[in-house]
Design a protein around this ligand. Structure first.
Ligand SMILES: NC(=O)c1ccc[n+]([C@@H]2O[C@H](COP(=O)([O-])OP(=O)(O)OC[C@H]3O[C@@H](n4cnc5c(N)ncnc54)[C@H](OP(=O)(O)O)[C@@H]3O)[C@@H](O)[C@H]2O)c1
Length: 268
């Protein structure tokens, strides 16, 4: 089946849609003929993305909300189901990173990173899942990171929040496979986005710099295409990156080597 036939007329909900990987996914889904619910905490940014879809901007509905404040998430989801009827794909892309040592990271900041990366993500997922189960159809994706597979300097809460994503979404898959629900975890290495600029330091301020290593990463457009391919081929884990992905295998096969390398590249 051609990609446009697979995605045409489908509804894809993308969080983190105002920038980076999520933004590129909005364009890719629209190009493939899907309708998109685009979310982030930045209504103006989302409006800009919608307008960039040109004569297809009518295929994009913007639904801003803060992943750290999901008390009313059920109402938000119910209202989208009432107007669009279904959700075929939920892509939990929104997230925030960290650049602070453990002793410089107060507990409120650990909690904030978890609220956005983990609790916000699972709150939306839990609100969408029953609708997918009742239709016996749907694919839910969540975004981890290579540092969701190992610890890394200056990213204690980030790494921990991403490791939690694997536990939740693998369980979701196993529990709902018989209801024809698919679940995948996206594991990006380095993608050239705003992620390091918006990463939080120990005071909760933005790091404000594009890390050197990240600048050598994949473009968001290439990342979005890899994610679409991962959906089509129904991968449990969708790896998105270049040579940095080797760290995943090194960590598993030669842990001692991983710890040497991680220590050397800590500042990139
Ligand atoms: N780029 C990489 O190299 C890389 C590597 C590993 C993993 N990842 C993961 O990939 C995902 C996408 O990141 P990206 O690289 O595309 O970075 P990005 O350009 O900074 O995009 C992050 C997105 O998350 C949204 N977001 C952040 N805090 C939010 C909140 N409180 N409520 C709602 N939305 C919020 C942002 O929207 P606002 O406009 O509302 O802030 C933005 O749309 C993240 O989960 C990240 O951890 C990226």
């Amino acid at each position: 089946m051609k990609n446009r036939e697979l995605f045409g007329g489908r509804i894809a909900w993308v969080t983190g849609a105002s920038s980076g990987i999520g933004e590129a996914l909005v364009y890719e889904f629209v190009r493939l003929g899907a309708r998109v619910i685009a979310s982030s905490n930045d209504p103006e940014g989302l409006d800009r993305i919608k307008n960039r879809c040109g004569d297809r901007s009518g295929m994009v509905v913007i639904v801003p909300f803060d992943l750290a404040e999901t008390g009313n998430i059920k109402e938000i989801v119910d209202s989208q189901i009432n107007s669009l009827g279904k959700i075929d794909f939920l892509l939990n892309i929104g997230g925030i990173s960290q650049r602070a040592r453990i002793e410089d990271t107060p507990l409120w900041l650990d909690r904030k990173i978890f609220e956005i990366n983990y609790f916000g993500t699972i709150a939306l997922t839990k609100a969408v899942l029953p609708y997918m189960v009742s239709r016996k159809s749907g694919h839910i994706l969540a975004t981890s990171s290579i540092s969701g597979r190992f610890g890394f300097p200056l990213r204690s809460a980030y790494s921990a929040s991403k490791q939690a994503i694997h536990g939740f979404f693998e369980t979701l898959y196993l529990e709902n496979k018989s209801s024809n629900i698919r679940a995948s975890v996206i594991i990006p290495g380095r993608v050239i986005t705003q992620i390091s600029l918006h990463a939080l330091d120990g005071e909760g301020n933005e790091h404000g710099k594009l890390d050197d290593g990240q600048a050598k990463g994949l473009t968001p457009e290439k990342a979005a295409k890899k994610i679409i391919r991962g959906i089509i081929t129904d991968k449990r884990e969708i790896l998105v990156g270049r040579s940095e992905l080797l760290l995943l295998y090194i960590r598993r096969i030669w842990p001692w080597l991983f710890f040497r390398i991680a220590d050397k590249i800590r500042s990139t």
